[in-house]
Design a protein around this ligand. Structure first.
Ligand code: FPP
Length: 237
């Protein structure tokens, strides 16, 4: 089975660089280069939605030098990916809080979002300045406003309606991959990951290539997804 929505928690760029006596920026650059072939491969496999956790709200705690480097790299990469993926009819989306992103980045994000909004062959969702708690809080605030305006009736709130108030209304994640050896979610798409399968690998992100992705897919295909139910063929009372 090919999962519909895959999320990748990108981790290990810094350690990849340190192991090679390079500075952390070089790890991020290597990570961003790795994404080119990897994203192509993932869409070629038939996966429809890819969410990439590339900058959390907490990542602003890093040095100004690293944050500025990453923002410049993002700006360049988003423009590059826009050119590469718009030819393939891939829609590019962004999930995250706008503040305190710089206007230059916001303009690029808005432009690419608008220009690719009708593309039908897949979705590449960059999670930038993203945190799942914030996403849920922001959704609740909008729900309260719409309820008070009479636009919705909060008594009718269900998970389908709630999802519409998230940064993007995407189907739940089927598979979450985390590179870099840590075994945690780090505030990534908590709502969307409710029934996701998890795959953790020690491989550092710049080395997480197409072959490594296929191993994650093989592992996913060995899982039995019951969504809280029972596999009736196997039940044994
Ligand atoms: C985590 O590694 C990675 C990041 C915080 C940045 C992710 C950035 C990229 C993949 C490059 C740019 C990509 C795009 C799409 C514009 P880390 O720094 O936490 O690694 P460490 O745990 O080894 O220190």
């Amino acid at each position: 089975m090919i999962p519909t929505h895959v999320g990748i928690i990108v981790d290990g760029n810094g350690r990849w660089a340190t192991k090679r006596f390079k500075n952390r920026s070089e790890g991020h650059l290597a990570g961003s280069k790795n994404l080119d072939n990897l994203c192509q491969h993932i869409f070629d496999k038939g996966i429809k939605i890819l969410s990439l956790y590339i900058f959390s709200t907490e990542n602003f705690k890093r040095s100004d030098e690293e944050v500025n480097y990453l923002m410049d790299l993002f700006a360049r990469k988003f423009k590059h990916d826009f050119k590469m993926f718009s030819k393939k009819e891939i829609r590019i989306m962004f999930s995250g809080r706008r503040e305190p992103l710089k206007q230059e980045i916001l303009d690029i994000i808005d432009d690419i979002t608008l220009k690719t909004k009708d593309n039908q062959n897949g979705i590449l969702n960059f999670c930038v300045n993203y945190g799942a708690h914030m996403e849920i809080i922001d959704a609740c605030k909008k729900i309260v406003i719409d309820n008070n305006n009479g636009k919705i009736n909060v008594n009718n709130l269900d998970d389908k309606l709630f999802s519409k108030y998230l940064y993007n209304d995407l189907p739940d994640l089927d598979l979450v991959i985390r590179t870099g050896g840590e075994l945690r979610l780090s505030n990534f798409m908590l709502w969307q990951a409710a029934y996701a399968e998890f795959y953790f690998t020690d491989t550092l992100f710049p080395d997480f290539n197409e072959k490594e992705f296929d191993l994650a897919l093989d592992s996913y295909n060995k899982r039995e997804r019951r969504f809280g139910g029972i596999d009736y063929e196997k039940k044994n009372f």
